[in-house]
Design a protein around this ligand. Structure first.
Ligand code: 26M
Length: 821
């Protein structure tokens, strides 16, 4: 019997069929006989939208009527992926749509494959925002996501001759059926100019910011559909345009060309997502992007607040604003500016509102990722905001720091929001911690490090401000939609409530030893591996066996994530196989997917090295297909949906203390992969949930990393101390992998030796290879493996992003549900 994947039916198959056919004609201007897949997709979306838009309107009405407190999630990134299948599941018409399309001679997967990814994010931080708004809607909490309507999302990656090439991503070139433009809510945003001090009749001093430019923000709303919920919230994304009144004089005076350049400068603001991840660049346009969307969003929040209130006394009761990392920090001085300069509040009242409204999530401890903006840039672009930041800082240092550490100028220098140096800088994270009523880390271990290592003095000042909220992922996308087979098996085993109450999967753990259950579970895993193997052959021309163990490493490329540790390990296995054709190892496939920031040289070299090693290994008849290496191009949400269900081994191998949480680790475990990882981020909590016997931990823990660094880490000791490690590193310098071009892969070796190996790759190498052998042995006992995989999948209910959201609501947001189901 085939269980249904979704549980409520809002439309019958026949109703859905009629709706699609109607929309082919009325929305797409075609008909069943002439429509291509793109038209079929758009007509299908239009049919779904009939339900979505109704609920959207109902939700907005209910929120307005009840004047409910809402969270405003400010994020420069929302990595949404595709929406069609997700929205069909969430409104409960996936089955009806699939069957309707089948009746019409179309395969639902082919049709939904027409949708481009909405890739308005780099990686973990952006995808987390997408999971969170899904959970907020599912739990019926009033929430708005605010971000930028980038014309181009994260670049599309092509691999040419083994190297990454970046191509522009144009996700809405041919229209996006999910977005609605709201011209009635356009906002104006000032920039540049100067600040004038004026004294009023009453003798009071006021500040007037005379902006040098204005641009306008046009809101586009994307509905966020709660799973089997009444709520449809919105993700409001701002597009920049030239202000209407702009330079019509110049235009009319024959300055058509000049006015066009003003127009293109205004439009540049929302043109493209910055493709950096964990590193900041300090570019003026990026600061303008940050201010642009914060200013638009605050105006929008205040406009809505003013519908029901005549003063600001209730503001912080009605609105909480969550800052997704420091990227939207400029919202703090902007709200101060609005309250003081425009609304006439005094400093203390405005400050109180800010300190009760903003909360901040920290996503990284990496020093190079902590945002700092040059004071001179601020002064140029946002002169009034700089003044406000100075005043916030002055009061903080003279009142709070002075009270706690009297007369300690060194401490004042150390904690100042302004870093004094050759170029004076604004420390955005300090501004957040000084203002926000809560600062949270994203996994238990990370939140401890935020207190102890990142902000120890601030923690001493305000211990109650620091909290943890462990990340999570939405089980709707990351199990229900991407792994229909496993979803159906769980429906039959534990019932159909698990997509909301993921803890219910625990009910399947009692079958972990059951031979039949194991067989079915492993058959599903194999089916997903076959699907992936087909995709690999199609995209990479590499044949891999679904009977091999699939080791998967998918995430942004960064030294701290240590993709090159996996590569050194592959070289070691390759060498062992060459030296001993009978080397005892089951067949292995290593699958990588990763984008490098375009300016990150070593990251790009690592991609090149993976591809060159892959070429050699995959075509070496001596190792008889015992080892395959695959680099899948253009890793993105849609590819991830095929990779997570097919992984046997989830590689989570960052240096302990550097990966704040990780969320891919959760998606793998949920789909029955076993983690081979370090004691880092949420791996620590996954281990707690699945048990030490069902996870493979290797390498130094966070304290050992700190101790080794303190003692003076010398990578050469490991190089000379481990002949296999020396051999694989030396191998990279030869022309073995790059015939005729020795040295092409040498930068990796150099970064690990002369470069000092900042992430201790060499120190963890031996432990990794040893633990890998244990994984290989475990995998070859398929009954034991099945048991461990089932326990993993059944035990990770904690990592439901609904739980994360309930934690945010409890500890920070204090919301109430508005549209109870
Ligand atoms: C900075 C400057 C200019 C342009 C872009 C950036 C930038 C963009 C994204 C900096 C950092 C960005 O993301 C950091 C990130 O994704 N952190 C990850 O957050 C996840 C969700 O909390 C965690 O699971 C990961 O461990 C953490 O690395």
């Amino acid at each position: 019997k085939k269980a249904k994947a979704t549980n409520t039916v809002a439309l019958s198959k026949d109703q859905f069929k009629d709706a699609i056919v109607k929309h082919l004609r009325s929305t797409c201007g075609t008909d069943e006989a002439r429509a291509n897949n793109q038209a079929w997709w758009k007509a299908t979306c239009a049919a779904v939208n009939e339900l979505v838009f109704d609920r959207l309107t109902e939700t907005s009405k209910a929120n307005a009527d009840k004047d409910s407190r809402a969270v405003h999630y400010l994020s420069l990134e929302f990595l949404m992926g595709r929406l069609t299948v997700n929205n069909m599941h969430n409104v409960g018409v996936f089955g009806a749509a699939r069957d309707a399309l089948a009746d019409l001679g179309k395969d639902v997967n082919d049709i939904c494959d027409e949708e481009p990814d909405m890739a308005l994010g780099n990686g973990g931080l952006g995808r987390l925002a997408a999971c969170f708004i899904d959970s907020l809607a599912t739990l019926n909490y009033p929430a708005v996501g605010y971000g930028i309507h980038y014309e181009h999302g994260l670049f599309r990656q092509e691999i040419q001759g083994g190297r990454q090439i970046e191509r522009p991503d144009s996700w809405r070139e041919y229209g996006n059926p999910w977005e609605i433009c709201r011209p009635e809510s356009i906002q104006e945003v000032p920039l540049y100019g100067y600040v004038e001090t004026v004294f009023g009749e009453d003798g009071k001093m006021r500040k007037v910011w005379h902006a040098g430019r204005q641009i306008k923000g046009v809101p586009w709303d994307i509905p966020v559909v709660g799973y089997e919920a009444k709520t449809v919230n919105v993700l409001r994304l701002w597009e920049s345009k030239a202000a209407d009144f702009f330079d019509w004089d110049v235009f009319n005076a024959g300055g058509y060309i000049d006015s066009q350049s003003e127009k293109s400068q205004a439009e540049a603001v929302s043109k493209v997502l910055y493709p950096n991840d964990e590193s900041e660049a300090g570019k003026e346009l990026r600061l303008i992007q940050q201010y642009f969307f914060c200013a638009c969003s605050l105006k929008d929040i205040i406009r809505r607040y003013k519908r029901n209130h005549s003063d600001f006394s209730q503001f912080s009761k009605q609105a909480v604003i969550q800052l997704n990392d420091t990227h939207p920090t400029v919202a703090i001085p902007e709200l101060m500016r609005i309250l003081i300069d425009e609304e006439g509040l005094v400093w203390d009242d405005a400050w109180k509102i800010c300190t009760e409204t903003f909360a901040y999530t920290n996503h990284t401890l990496l020093p190079e990722a902590l945002e700092k903006w040059a004071v001179y840039l601020f002064e140029k672009v946002l002169p009034r905001h700089l003044e406000i930041i100075y005043e916030i800082n002055r009061r903080f240092l003279e009142d709070e720091v002075e009270a706690k550490w009297p007369g300690n100028d060194e401490m004042k220098r150390h904690l100042s929001i302004i870093e004094e140096g050759e170029t004076r800088m604004v420390r955005m994270a300090y501004l957040c911690v000084v203002t926000c009523f809560k600062t949270n880390g994203v996994a238990a271990m990370h939140s401890e490090l935020v207190k102890e290592d990142l902000f120890p003095e601030f923690y001493e000042l305000w211990p109650e401000r620091f909290v943890n909220v462990t990340n999570g992922v939405t089980p709707r996308r990351w199990l229900l939609a991407c792994n229909e087979q496993l979803a159906n098996m769980y429906n039959e085993t534990v019932g159909t409530d698990w997509p909301r109450k993921l803890d219910e999967l625990k009910g399947a753990a009692k079958f972990a030893d059951d031979a039949k259950f194991q067989k079915n579970f492993m058959a599903i895993k194999r089916e997903k591996k076959v699907e992936l193997a087909d995709k690999i052959e199609e995209l990479c021309g590499i044949k891999v066996s679904p009977d091999a163990m699939f080791n998967v490493l998918i995430k942004r490329l960064h030294e701290y994530k240590r993709q090159h540790l996996a590569l050194l390990h592959i070289l070691a296995l390759y060498r062992r196989l060459l030296e001993n054709p009978d080397y005892d190892m089951g067949p292995q496939v290593f699958i990588f997917g990763s984008k490098a920031a375009p300016g990150y040289k070593l990251a790009k070299d690592i991609i090149y090295a993976i591809n060159k090693v892959a070429d050699k290994v995959n075509n070496d008849p001596r190792i008889k297909d015992k080892l395959k290496v695959v680099f899948m191009p253009n890793y993105r949400v849609t590819l991830a949906e095929k990779l997570f269900p097919a992984g046997d081994v989830s590689l989570q191998i960052s240096t302990a203390g550097y990966e704040a949480s990780g969320t891919g680790n959760m998606k793998f475990a949920l789909n029955g992969a076993l983690t081979l990882g370090t004691m880092d981020g949420a791996n620590v909590e996954i281990r707690e949930e699945v048990g030490d016997e069902n996870i493979f931990i290797f390498g130094m823990d966070c304290d050992e990393v700190k101790a080794l660094k303190a003692a003076g880490y010398n990578p050469w000791d490991y190089y000379y101390g481990n002949p296999e490690l020396k051999a694989v590193l030396d191998w990279l310098e030869t022309d073995f992998f790059t015939p005729g071009a020795p040295g092409e892969l040498a930068s990796i070796k150099h970064s690990l030796l002369e470069g000092g190996d900042p992430y201790l790759v060499l120190a963890d190498f031996e432990s990794f290879t040893t633990q890998y052998t244990a994984v290989d042995v475990a995998y070859r006992d398929q009954k034991k493996w099945a048991k461990m995989a089932i326990i993993n999948s059944a035990s990770v209910g904690k990592f439901n992003s609904d739980r994360s959201i309930e934690d945010y609501v409890d500890r920070i947001w204090k919301l109430e549900k508005v549209m109870p189901n």
